[in-house]
Design a binder for this molecule. Structure first.
Ligand SMILES: *Cc1c(COP(=O)(O)O)cnc(C)c1O
Length: 469
């Protein structure tokens, strides 16, 4: 199995980036419950035949969809070790917990948080955003809200983020009982960053209307275009308005490892909380989200809950409070910290920073290609590693959506789509450390040939009927 996966990683570029699953393969997952045992090797064969070739594709250098990290071999091996240990990181006194605590201290140091900060591994930034927003809510309403609920007194709390902010924030406000309407989406400037003047204006008019603004969310690397909000500017406003500053740095926060990006994250050290993912730009295998909270005591008070079966002791296995289960909704938790610890130690932060910078260089290379190609058009400024563009043609939204499907089905590369000012864009988020200039060239060439074929065919055929090899 190890050899299979080493071969897989080593020769990933020879495979299609993604391929549709044949009906027979899909049908294989409709088998009945396995009451009787089977040989390990036969289940492994099934994995090789039916699962491995039809995976997500984000290990492939041509994968540029959404914002997916590429993973790495050291992290993969650490996953095997972690599964062998089968540690439960709810809490208690054992070395895996110390690894997670070391990661918390390291991340606190990296982002300029005080030693009293706390942190936690979670599935991803969606969960990290939720945890941070719950701490901010409880700090604003008082920790009694955990018993009484928000119905007793929500103070009409309101939160603020830019229109380019991630949808998980809206959901977090929903989950924490304040309702998604409590999230005000502030317009962005020409660089897709939050407009600070508009933000001040919205806060002021909400205060006049009897709302209690409590939370500002800055994004470090927006999901559509990679824009970085002015975090220093947001920190100033949060300070003046006595609001909690949360930074959604899902993929962009780790840009701090690249000397050419770090200055653009200035202000991140002033955040009250920070959410980010190791599984995106950090190249750690899925999943490895992370939340840091400046005031570890507020963090604990928002989640800790006494229970007889979770009693703490000064010695023995039940020692070592605070436990991770005091800092988030999960009790049983896996050892996500290990694959992250291995990745950081084996490659070193400088090399990780270089791979991050390299993805941004590739984005600029793609930008230059687009500028030099009459048939292509850039739809948003290139801030980091994300490029939004389209093939110029009549009925551009429909044609470009088809182009992306054909690109994915071609196996050459796998970008995704988004909308920029209402227009459909081909979105290439270059996140994988394996991606090279040749993959960018292949994306451009394939986009042009598919775009040309579709527009030529559209002149005399139903567009949907066009089939391309
Ligand atoms: C990816 C992303 C998220 C969600 O993170 P998950 O790890 O997918 O839960 C939130 N915010 C931004 C800006 C993102 O890019």
């Amino acid at each position: 199995m190890l050899d299979d996966m080493f071969d897989y990683l080593e020769r990933i570029g020879e495979r299609p980036a993604w391929q549709p699953m044949p009906d027979a393969v899909r049908a294989s997952f409709r088998e009945r419950l396995p009451m009787a045992p089977a040989e390990l090797s036969s289940v492994h064969d099934e994995f090789l035949a039916n699962i491995l070739p039809y995976s997500n594709g984000n290990v492939h250098p041509g994968f540029m969809g959404w914002v997916h990290g590429g993973g790495n071999a050291a992290g993969m091996l650490a996953e095997m070790l972690a599964a062998g240990l089968n540690a439960n990181l709810a809490g208690r006194d054992h070395a895996p917990i110390e690894v997670e605590r070391q990661m918390v201290r390291w991340m606190g140091e990296l982002f300029g948080f005080p030693a009293t900060a706390s942190g936690l591994f979670v599935t991803g930034t969606s969960m990290a955003n939720l945890i941070a927003i719950l701490v901010a809510r409880d700090a604003a309403l008082g920790f009694d809200v955990r018993r009484s609920g928000v119905a007793v007194n929500s103070k009409r709390l309101t939160a603020y983020a830019s229109m380019a902010a991630h949808g998980s924030l809206r959901r977090a406000l929903d989950f924490c009982g304040l309702g998604s309407d409590a999230l005000r989406l502030v317009p962005v400037d020409s660089q897709h960053r939050i407009n600070l003047a508009a933000l001040r204006h919205t806060i002021e008019s909400d205060r006049r209307a009897g709302y209690s603004p409590f939370l500002l969310v800055g994004t470090a690397g927006t999901v559509d275009t990679g824009a970085i909000d002015d975090l220093d500017g947001l920190a100033l406003i949060a300070n003046e308005e006595r609001m909690w500053l949360h930074v959604d740095g899902a993929y962009g926060a780790l840009g701090i490892l690249a000397p050419e990006i770090a200055p653009r994250l200035a202000g991140i050290e002033a955040a009250d909380s920070l959410a980010f993912d190791f599984h995106k730009w950090g190249q750690v295998p899925y999943d490895a989200g992370f939340v840091l909270v400046r005031d570890g005591e507020l963090h604990r008070k928002a989640f800790a809950s006494p229970a007889a079966y979770l009693e703490r002791e000064a010695r023995g296995l039940a020692a070592g409070s605070v436990w991770p289960c005091d800092l988030g909704p999960d009790q049983s938790r896996g050892f996500r910290a290990l694959k992250t610890w291995f990745t950081l130690k084996v490659y070193g932060l400088q090399a990780l920073g270089r791979t991050i910078a390299r993805t941004c260089e590739l984005a600029r290379y793609l930008e230059q290609h687009i500028a030099a190609t009459e048939e292509l058009e850039l739809l948003a400024p290139v801030s980091l590693n994300i490029v939004c563009f389209r093939f110029r043609c009549p009925d551009a939204d429909r044609v470009n959506a088809r182009i992306v499907v054909h690109l994915q089905e071609s196996g050459v590369c796998a970008p995704s789509t988004t909308r920029i000012d209402g227009e459909l864009a081909i979105r290439a988020a270059i996140t994988n450390h394996r991606t090279s200039g040749a993959n960018i060239d292949a994306l451009v060439d394939a986009t042009l040939s598919i775009g040309r074929a579709l527009t030529a065919a559209a002149e005399d055929l139903e567009l949907e009927a066009v089939y391309l090899d």
